[in-house]
Design a protein around this ligand. Structure first.
Ligand code: ADP
Ligand code: MG
Length: 160
């Protein structure tokens, strides 16, 4: 049994309903259980064309699915929920499901990089993630002072 963390985002249609439907479908995957999911956070879009605000969440799973099986299952859910296979990078989307971590696995294949390469630069990933995984609570969220800690400017991305 592996522990995986996911980031969920939506900025088209009924965003909260989209996150709820995605979480339900993820919980129905074979040999997979949602251990904890975060509250929903409204965030400004980062990069891409002008577009509406996102609603973001994070979830922690226990699963018997292998990393690539889990990625393909998440991509199938994205398609089922109406995300076209061809889409603009960083463009608006009904649902975006990213795999953040899978146990302590480090992986770099054309299809799947773990941990997710941009997760530590993205407040919209880190803030919900901190709610569900205490081990991520001490990461510095770019642009957001963390209470009780000093801002670490060296950790800030130079550009997005
Ligand atoms: P975006 O970067 O806008 O979320 P996509 O959701 O279309 O774009 O993902 C682009 C590609 O990222 C996918 O085809 C997928 O193979 C790849 N990818 C690499 N690592 C990961 C990961 N950890 N989680 C999700 N997708 C990943
Ligand atoms: Mg994605």
């Amino acid at each position: 049994m592996a522990t995986a963390t996911l980031s969920l985002g939506s900025n088209l249609g009924d965003r909260a309903e989209n996150l709820r439907v995605a979480l339900q479908k993820i919980g129905e995957l074979p040999s997979t259980r949602i251990v904890k999911s975060s509250t929903f956070h409204e965030t400004d879009p980062v990069g891409g064309p002008p577009q509406g605000k996102f609603l973001n969440a994070a979830a922690r799973l226990e699963t018997e699915l292998e990393p690539h099986e889990l990625l393909h299952s998440l991509q199938k859910i994205e398609r089922e929920m109406g995300r076209p296979a061809e889409h603009e990078r960083w463009g608006p989307r009904v649902i975006d499901l990213d795999l953040l971590t899978y146990d302590n696995l480090r992986l770099n294949t054309p299809e799947l990089t773990l941990p997710h390469p941009r997760m530590k630069e993205r407040a919209f990933v880190l803030i919900p993630l901190a709610e569900i995984s205490p081990e991520f609570k001490n990461l510095t969220v770019p642009g957001t002072p963390v209470p009780g800690t000093k801002r670490n400017h060296a950790d800030r991305p130079k550009s997005r």
